[in-house]
Ligand binder design. Structure first.
Ligand code: URA
Length: 213
């Protein structure tokens, strides 16, 4: 298979999508991952936050953003005035990724490649079509490219309101009103100056939250 399209049921709600995703073979990541980590949150959410790919904690627990990056995200959401319990959290790629070294032994890898991102995109679009949020926040380059295309640069356009690409959710689905990209919360953890990186992350989340007011 070249992508998830054949596995995404038409007209399913979130529970139906979640169930179907367990059988996805749209790329090879399912082979080594513990389980699919589908999005979490209410179907009525006004805000959808899109991460990159589950980490090792998420792979084990089956829930997005439960590890260290999730704690940075939680703090940012709280301080920006976005209620996490009323937001829908998901990832651009829904399985944890390993690479195989020369020995063939799987090792964790850090960023999903373009093939995996493109293969998984139908799941993200299906989630957005069901939830129909007012605001989408792309957390990092992988999520931003999935939503806005390969040429989008988070470093250049973070915190700037973007237009959601027309027609992506099907002809009768209204697109989200707002889309903003920022850095990934784990980039905040990796930054040399964490406080500065966090301040920038919070400024972007606050700009996003302001769009809803
Ligand atoms: N990083 C992500 O992008 N998503 C998660 O769910 C966890 C860490």
């Amino acid at each position: 298979h070249t992508d998830a399209t054949p596995f995404v049921p038409a007209r399913a709600g979130l529970p139906g999508l979640r169930r179907a995703a367990t059988a996805c073979r749209g790329c090879d990541l399912y082979r080594d991952a513990t389980q699919v980590v589908f999005g979490r949150g209410p179907a009525t959410a006004e805000v959808v936050l899109v991460g990159e790919q589950p980490g090792d904690r998420e792979d084990i627990e089956g829930t997005p953003f439960v590890g260290p990056a999730g704690r940075v995200l939680d703090r940012g959401l709280r301080e920006a005035g976005i209620d996490r319990d009323r937001a829908y959290l998901t990832n651009a790629v829904k399985h944890f990724g390993f690479t195989r070294g020369g020995t063939g032994k799987p090792r964790p890898h850090r960023q999903p490649n373009r093939t995996e991102r493109v293969a998984c995109r139908p799941w993200l679009l299906a989630e957005l079509a069901v939830v129909r949020p007012r605001l989408v926040v792309a957390l990092g380059a992988v999520a931003a490219k999935s939503l806005l295309g390969d040429s989008f640069r988070v470093t250049r356009h973070r915190g700037e309101p973007q237009r959601f690409p027309a027609g992506e959710l099907g002809p009768r689905r209204s697109a989200p009103d707002h889309l903003i990209a920022t850095v990934h919360p784990s980039a905040v953890l990796r930054a040399r100056d964490r406080e500065d990186a966090y301040a920038g992350f919070l400024a972007d989340l606050t700009a996003a939250a302001d769009l809803l007011r």
